[in-house]
Design a protein around this ligand. Structure first.
Ligand code: HEC
Length: 89
């Protein structure tokens, strides 16, 4: 009897865990990702990631405009990355 209860508890815990993980994954579609995360995921794919401090605000405008087409980013994604880079440089 005791064993059955722990089994049920264990299964419920596993189910709860899976639901939490799936919930978080669903939350992190590209549209909800913050700029810093988008930057980390995209801007080091083809070359070493350039630190925010390597360019000025207006240089980042130009660089991200250029890189947006290379990295295949949406306007919103590129915009969030620029905001992050300008805040961190
Ligand atoms: C699909 C590949 C690819 C991705 C993804 C990519 N880049 Fe680049 N990046 C390049 C290539 C190739 C160059 C060098 C040649 C050029 O200027 O096109 C470059 C050059 C640069 C430069 C130097 C520009 C210069 O004038 O010296 C910066 C800064 C840069 N990338 C930033 C970024 C940022 C920020 C992101 C993310 C939004 C990004 N890159 C994503 C391919 C990529």
């Amino acid at each position: 009897m005791k064993n059955k209860i722990s089994k049920i508890l264990f299964v419920s815990l596993v189910v709860a865990f899976i639901l939490i993980v799936l919930g978080c994954a669903a939350d992190l579609t590209n549209a909800n990702k913050p700029g810093a995360l988008l930057w980390g995921e995209n801007c080091g794919r083809c070359h070493n990631v350039r630190p925010p401090s390597s360019l000025t605000d207006s240089e980042w405008d130009v660089a991200v405009l250029h890189m947006r087409t290379r990295a295949n980013l949406t306007e919103t994604e590129a915009e969030k990355i620029v905001v992050f880079l300008k805040a961190a440089n």
